[in-house]
Design a protein around this ligand. Structure first.
Ligand code: HSE
Length: 432
């Protein structure tokens, strides 16, 4: 029986501060929180002003000391980044400490190593805060939904890109302009790559796919395209054709196998994720027998993410009160390595925008070329005409990616098609 759980907190940024505030509250939301004590908080500098009042001697720059302190039962890692976060987590585990972390980058790359170490040490590693901030998704997948066969997870799990795409759609402005504005407002980082190139969403979907499909999916396996290629023109054309463009993270098992990917996707306007606007996140899980379940809410922010961190700490406290055994529904098990289906074998619909000289026979030649490569078109329309050039938008039925790309490669070599450019190729949510 553990009477009071002693926590060592690594990092006192936005999420760390919200976590500490919640644990130190004189009127905690749950009685169990009274049995949790913050023993140490590890930071880089003791001189920085802090948003939370800590007892004397709690704040320290000795992070190694925290992970080896025999008085500490649980280490909460909120420093982010790969190192020293990974090494500190592994050292804490080796010293028999439970772990709570919000670090998606470490878990999506080194989850296998960390879960294995935790299994050997008989400790918990809980990661609710690593995906979609305050939205409970990890524990629902492990517990309430675990009696289902999961068929797919579709997520808008990066708030920055959803904010940018929402603004581009509402105002007709291009990516670069909206990004600059988002950076000024603090919605996007000075170095926006992790968000706009899709890597943050890729980290998160790798973690969700591992839990949902029972196979270890690592970041390196995830196919990832960001939103830099999406233009205001594509958003307008998509709108006219009945679609919204969203950066989707997708983990889907079908007859060909498991695929995990992140890319801008055209979604029919009546799709549940098409209406998710702004910085919020949403995750649509489809399973059997449950059908579709959607999780929606704040995917970032100190309070929201802190709520997920504190809930993990409380779950560990509850488990330790009731048993010394690791609870199989709370711990993250080790899974065999996944063999994902390569993106070339993806079967989906496509949208492509082509620009070329406007002359008789162009659309006929394009149609013949697509047909030759087994690409069935849902629509091919000339939407606009500028400076003697026709702008043609094609939407396909389900087709293997490899076949569609081969058709695109051939188009510039077709007879009678001059000055061809293909500025956009986007995936459309596949037909059922
Ligand atoms: N930068 C992320 C986002 C939040 O924009 O959603 C943290 O993962």
């Amino acid at each position: 029986m553990v009477e009071s759980l002693k926590v060592g907190l690594l990092g006192l940024g936005t999420v760390g501060t919200a976590t500490a505030e919640s644990l130190l509250s004189p009127n905690p939301a749950h009685a169990l929180l009274k049995e949790i004590t913050i023993s140490k908080v590890g930071v880089n500098s003791l001189d920085k002003p802090r948003g939370v009042q800590l007892s004397a001697g709690v704040l320290t720059t000795d992070l190694e000391g925290i992970v080896s302190d025999p008085d500490i039962d649980l280490v909460v890692e909120l420093i982010g980044g790969l190192e020293p976060a990974r090494s500190l987590i592994l050292k804490a585990i080796a010293n028999g400490k439970h772990i709570v972390t919000a670090n998606k980058a470490v878990i999506s790359r080194y989850g296998e190593e960390i879960y294995q170490a935790a299994e050997q040490a008989g400790v918990y590693v809980l990661i609710e805060a690593a995906v979609a901030g305050g939205i409970p998704i990890i524990r629902p997948l492990q517990q309430a939904l675990s009696v289902n066969r999961i068929d797919s997870i579709l997520g808008i799990i990066n708030g920055t890109t959803n904010y940018i795409l929402t603004k581009m759609a509402a105002e007709g402005t291009d990516f670069a302009e909206v990004l600059a504005e988002a950076q000024q407002l603090g919605y996007a980082e000075a170095d926006p790559s992790a968000d706009v190139d899709g890597y943050d969403a890729a980290d998160k979907i790798a973690i969700l796919a591992t839990l949902a499909f029972g196979e270890q999916v690592n970041l390196e396996d995830v196919s990832c395209d960001g939103i830099r290629q999406v233009s205001a023109v594509d958003i307008q054309y998509a709108e006219r054709l009945g679609f919204e463009i969203k950066l989707l993270a997708i983990a889907q098992r079908d007859e060909t196998g498991l695929q995990v990917r992140v890319h801008p996707t055209l979604l029919p306007k009546n799709h549940p994720l098409a209406t998710i606007d702004g910085v919020n996140n949403a995750i649509l899980v489809e399973g059997d027998p449950i059908g579709q379940v959607m999780f929606y809410g704040p995917g970032a922010g100190g309070g929201a993410t802190g709520s997920a961190v504190v809930s993990d700490i409380m779950n560990i406290a509850a488990m330790l009160k009731s048993s010394q055994q690791v609870n199989p529904l709370i711990k993250i098990p080790q899974h065999p390595r996944s063999q994902l289906v390569p993106i070339q074998k993806l079967v989906t619909r496509f949208y492509a925008r082509l620009i070329c000289v406007d002359r008789p026979g162009v659309i006929g030649n394009l149609g013949t070329c697509f047909g030759k490569h087994d690409v069935s078109l849902e629509s091919i329309v000339q939407i606009d005409f500028n400076n003697g050039l026709a702008e043609i938008v094609v939407v396909t039925h389900n087709v293997e990616e490899e076949k569609f790309r081969k058709a695109l490669e051939e188009i510039p070599h077709l007879k009678g098609i001059d000055q061809i450019q293909i500025p956009s190729v986007l995936r459309v949510l596949r037909e059922a």
